[in-house]
Design a protein around this ligand. Sequence first.
Ligand SMILES: [Zn+2]
Length: 267
Amino acid sequence: MTQMASAKTTTSPRLGESEDIGETVRKARQTAIEMMKKAGFDVGTEVKVVIDPKLAFMGYTMPHGGNFTIVVSGGAVGSGLLEGLLIHEMSHIYRIQTNHPSHNGQILEEAIDNLGKKVVLSDYQQKIVHDLLNDIQDLYADDISFKVLRNSPIIAADQMTRFLQDWVKDEPAKSHDGVMDSWINASMMTHNARAIAQMARHRVEDIGGLAEQANKSFLSQVSPSVAGRFEYFRNLLQNLREDMTAEEYRALLADYLHQFLEIAEKN
Ligand SMILES: [Zn+2]
């Protein structure tokens, strides 16, 4: 799944343009499949692409049997990012097809079950944990998509820089709910760590040091326990290994979620 640039892509297609849109999507799908294949990541042809005009984020993939449906938002179609989005989603598909532990649904379910009933209570907390697991999946998917997109005109290097810099938040949450703030700030810190780790992992330059500055400002405004755990998350996310056994991956997720809960649950 990807939520990239959701704020910038809210335009919906107008009526009467649907044929053009269908054609745009068909061509983009074909281009993405060919680029994947050329880079050594053949996902086959059992990949459908459909548009959900009302989808609030860029897109996601639904596996069913050995087939896949990628759902893209109406906004994604006109955004100039459609091919990049499809390549990102197809990279998830490739990870699923090749049984990478990061995309093993059973391992992810177990990781959540092992948290115990005590900890994850409310909807927003469940969503945060889900997004934490999604961050890792996205990094593994983008290990592929960045290889596919490298040296292609689809996404310029400075566009990718701005894109990742925009993910780094510089202001913590401040509400009257201490528990919620704690969870949200711990989550923002890990997402900052993810964006900064991704830059290093995929050699995207932090032009002007904007990501680092924003993160520094963020960390200076949150509790020392949250700020103090930033390096742990940045290191873990930056150094995720390509080859991992299911056992190693279970252990990694357990530690990742454990470290997160320790700071989220501390007020
Ligand atoms: Zn994704």
